[in-house]
Design a protein. Structure first.
Ligand code: CP
Length: 504
């Protein structure tokens, strides 16, 4: 078994190997045995003088308190915020600065939850101490997946291969189903069965990914069809906070036939799991199910304490600590999202209308976006020239300005309104640099939030491009980018998400 978790960031379940998941299951199981046999106190000084900082930008009961309990029972301490009211986030402080302050407060580990996808990878990049993802947007919740797996491991006598599990509820907007199913994909002969409305169903990209990893995913017509064929049934609440414009009453009627009540479990030997909370208004699990042998979600929540306690012990159970020195690595200020293009015909470099000696041509804007882009840049009010133009034989309009080296925020503003602009930086009448500015297309990705100043970064996954932060695939669609230019760019990207190095 392998399991080197010393000072490791816990960001995505996909970073764990099968051996590491099993290692944590065993470690969590040992914590459970200590508790059940009355020997909890033998580890009471294991993390003495260690401090955990929790930063919860979104509500939480279990995740935050179970990390705190784990820390307390290991002799450590915890501090932080739960909700941003009363913090300087209310004064527009960025994630970068807030995370840095938690490092400056001599903490040993951060646990954070945040509504934006990829925010936890960013926090891990910024922090000089290990960071644990307590949930980022609709992206990932890796310790939830680990505790779910530990629960199944413990209730199934340490067997994970051959598992038959049902999913129901909101499989589309939540992060727990994604993380759990990817964790299970490390094991052999896994079958996932599900029944839900189309709107709340398993995301096709996830089904495809699971199929590639050898997981059988089957859609059934009803919850009873699922229950009949599984050992565990994993229920989730509708993630209304991630469905703008959808009303609770619409969801109630939509989910009616999928509610778990006594009639759904009658006659089946199944254990019902739920990451919790249950939405009391929707009552996706009827309260009468709580009092049956099928109910396993409260044990599951306690396994969360065992899992997180084991994880903290593995991460911090050593003497050393990271010293804070007030510096940030320079790499946090620059992205790798500029896809270089050949500047053909340098003589044409001033280009179109009046030639310019020094400045920028923002080219290949999407039709219909010229006005919005020039308004967003507001160049003239900032003291720069701004010439907008559409040439009849060219479908894409462009902007010319005497501002050279457009700031990153300007580049983002352009790309948010008109994806993949071509930027020609003109110096002494010639194109000094020509590139296509790439920005992650996931609308909830932290790289798209202007004020957070997260420089877009990508990595290569085979021949594909993925966002370093939310890990969504990125497809280059610019009609002028040649296959050679695209390949050269992909080859220049790192093949893995390398940790950001802090000077020791
Ligand atoms: N399962 C879970 O993450 O619960 P909380 O939202 O209460 O932390």
């Amino acid at each position: 078994m392998s399991g080197n978790f010393r000072d490791r960031d816990i960001i995505s379940i996909t970073d764990f190997s099968r051996a590491e998941i099993l290692h944590l299951c065993e470690a969590g199981h040992r914590m459970a045995e200590l508790e059940k046999s009355g020997r909890r106190n033998i580890l009471r000084d294991a993390l003495k003088h260690r401090t955990l900082s929790y930063m919860f930008y979104e509500p939480s009961t279990r995740t935050r308190t179970s990390f705190n309990t784990g820390m307390r029972e290991l002799g450590g301490r915890y501090d932080g915020f739960s909700g941003t009211e009363g913090t300087s986030v209310m004064k527009n402080e960025t994630v970068r600065d807030t995370v840095t302050m938690m490092c400056a407060n001599h903490n040993d580990v951060l646990v954070m939850r945040h509504p934006l996808d990829g925010s936890l990878q960013w926090a891990a990049d910024v922090a000089n101490i290990p960071v644990i993802n307590g949930g980022d947007g609709r992206n990932e919740h890796p310790t939830q997946a680990l505790l779910d797996v530990l629960t199944i491991y413990s209730l199934r006598e340490a067997r994970l291969d051959g598992l038959r599990i049902g999913f129901g509820g909101d499989l589309s907007h939540g992060r727990t189903v994604r993380s759990l199913s990817l964790a299970l994909s490390h094991f052999d002969d896994i079958t996932i069965r599900w029944a839900a409305e189309d709107f709340l169903g398993m995301p096709p990209d996830l089904v495809e990914l699971l199929a590639d990893r050898g997981v059988k995913v089957v859609r059934d017509g009803s919850v009873r069809d699922v229950m009949r064929q599984v050992d565990f049934y994993y229920r989730t609440r509708p993630q209304l906070e991630r469905m703008p414009g959808v009303k609770q009453r619409d969801i109630v009627s939509m989910m009616k036939q999928y509610r778990i009540d006594l009639s759904k479990i009658e006659g089946f030997d199944v254990r019902v799991l739920h990451p919790l909370p249950v939405n009391s208004e929707i009552a996706e699990i009827d309260y009468r199910v709580y009092f049956t042998p099928a109910q396993a979600f409260f044990s599951q929540a306690e396994y969360g304490i065992f899992l997180r306690k084991a994880l903290l012990h593995e991460m911090l159970g050593h003497e050393g600590y990271r010293r804070y020195d007030g510096r940030l690595p320079q790499v946090l200020g620059t992205g790798n999202n500029r896809l270089p293009r050949q500047a053909r015909g340098a003589a044409r470099s001033g280009m179109f209308i009046d030639r310019i000696q020094d400045g920028t041509v923002i080219d290949h804007l999407q039709p219909g976006t010229l006005r919005a882009v020039s308004d967003a840049l507001d160049l003239e009010n900032r003291g720069y020239s701004c010439t907008t133009a559409t040439i009849p034989e060219k479908p894409n309009p462009f902007i010319k300005t005497n501002l050279r080296d457009l700031p990153e925020r300007d580049l983002k503003r352009i790309a948010l309104l008109s994806p993949e602009p071509t930027i020609d930086s003109v110096k002494d009448g010639r194109i000094a640099e020509k590139f296509v500015y790439l920005l992650c297309a996931n609308t909830n990705c932290i790289t798209r939030t202007i004020n957070e100043d997260v420089p877009p970064r990508f990595f290569r996954d085979g021949g594909a491009i993925r966002c370093r932060y939310c890990r969504r695939p990125y497809l280059v669609s610019h009609r002028k980018v040649t296959a050679v230019e695209r390949k050269a760019y992909v080859d220049s990207l790192p093949a893995v998400i390398e940790p950001v190095g802090y000077p020791e």
